[in-house]
Ligand binder design. Structure first.
Ligand code: ADP
Ligand code: MG
Length: 349
């Protein structure tokens, strides 16, 4: 754990304060000893009185004690603060960026709609399920869960296309499954389906398209429920004067719908995992920034931020990268952590 900057300050003050006090005590002893001739006892008492009243150790102890109490209070409420510096910086934050999936939302998406083009819904789920069985993405889990009653096929050549989707070969054919961006890149004909896809996205759902060659076979829409505390938590932070942002790899329309529901005006969508940290850096030019996230793809941004806040339900990498971990996974605990930081710093001063 890292020392709080204020602790370093107190330590450097103590470094001068302690020798000075000892010097004064010795001086007191000499002066009294020469004034009240040969009374060692009285001179010693005067010197000890100087030491007791100045009590240089109290200055060195006050800060760590306050920080210990602060982190202890946090821990009792499920807010793990890893170092003194996090506790000190928390009350100075200007910006806070939330990841969408797994942070604002529960991260347990469920299939809500199926659209098919000349194949059956069962066939759509069979192919999509067989492919997604090889992916660890939460979206993939939702599809596999929906296809659990269907006997899945063996696949070859599985490949994840970062931030866009996946591809694989099933029974000798090459399939792509992913977002609109991927389909546009592949030149897939969307024609009549585009309006249905954008409608699903405007409802806050993530639409995944299955295609073979340039042919669209179907669309699987998935929705991820917003955590019940998210709206209130974001409101609290805005009331405290923080500027709140959302960042996600998901598309613009889905991002806008979710951001609107939790009262966030500023959001960045279609951000590739490696770019999340860049957005943090950008905001850091204007103030202190906190990133809140749960996934492996959030880890670089959590490490870059002045304070990285990880969900206790998140991946180990995220928890390792953050300096605060929310064990109860409720975003309401962020404003609590900031208040705790304010109180602790007040006590120290
Ligand atoms: P995030 O975790 O913020 O949603 P990702 O970079 O993981 O960001 O994903 C971005 C987008 O890429 C998803 O919204 C989805 O459209 C697509 N995608 C990613 N992985 C898969 C997958 N396994 N199957 C289908 N689509 C995927
Ligand atoms: Mg996430």
């Amino acid at each position: 754990t890292k020392k709080a900057p204020i602790q370093r300050f107190a330590d450097s003050v103590s470094a001068y304060f302690v020798p000075i006090v000892i010097f004064i005590a010795i001086l007191t002893f000499t002066v009294w000893f020469s004034l009240v001739k040969s009374s060692v006892g009285f001179a010693l008492m005067a010197a000890v009185a100087v030491l007791v009243i100045a009590c240089p150790c109290a200055l060195g102890l006050a800060t760590p004690t306050a920080i210990m109490v602060g982190t202890g209070k946090g821990a009792k409420q499920g807010i793990l603060i890893k170092g003194g510096d996090a506790l000190e910086t928390a009350h100075k934050l200007n910006y806070i960026i939330f990841d969408k999936t797994g942070t604002i939302t529960k991260g347990k998406p469920e299939v809500t709609d199926l659209l098919v083009n000349q194949i059956s819904e069962k066939k759509l789920l069979e192919i999509a399920g067989s492919i997604e069985k090889n992916s660890e993405h939460p979206l993939a889990e939702a599809i596999v869960k929906k296809a659990k009653k269907i006997k899945l096929k063996k696949i070859t050549g599985f490949k994840a296309i970062v931030g866009k989707g996946v591809k694989a070969n099933v029974s000798g054919k090459e399939y792509y499954l992913g977002n609109l961006r991927l389909m546009k890149e592949r030149g897939v004909k969307l024609s009549g389906h585009l309006s249905k896809i954008t409608k699903l996205e405007s409802e806050g759902k993530t639409a995944m398209i299955l295609a073979v060659g340039k042919k669209l076979l179907g669309v699987i829409a998935v929705a991820d429920e917003i955590k019940k505390d998210s709206f209130k938590a974001i409101q609290n932070l805005q009331k405290m004067g923080l500027k709140v942002y959302m960042i996600t790899g998901d598309n613009q329309r889905t991002a806008r719908a979710i951001a609107k529901r939790v009262g966030i005006k500023n959001f960045f969508a279609e951000v590739l995992p490696e770019d999340k940290a860049k957005y943090v850096k950008k905001l850091q030019k204007k103030g202190k920034v906190s990133m809140v996230g749960d996934g492996i793809n959030d880890a670089p941004a959590l490490a870059q931020a002045d304070i990285g806040i990880a969900m206790g339900s998140g991946t180990d990498v995220a928890m390792e990268s953050g300096s605060i971990v929310l064990m109860r996974n409720s975003l309401l605990d962020i404003s609590k952590a900031i208040k705790l930081s304010r109180l602790t710093m007040g006590k120290i001063r």
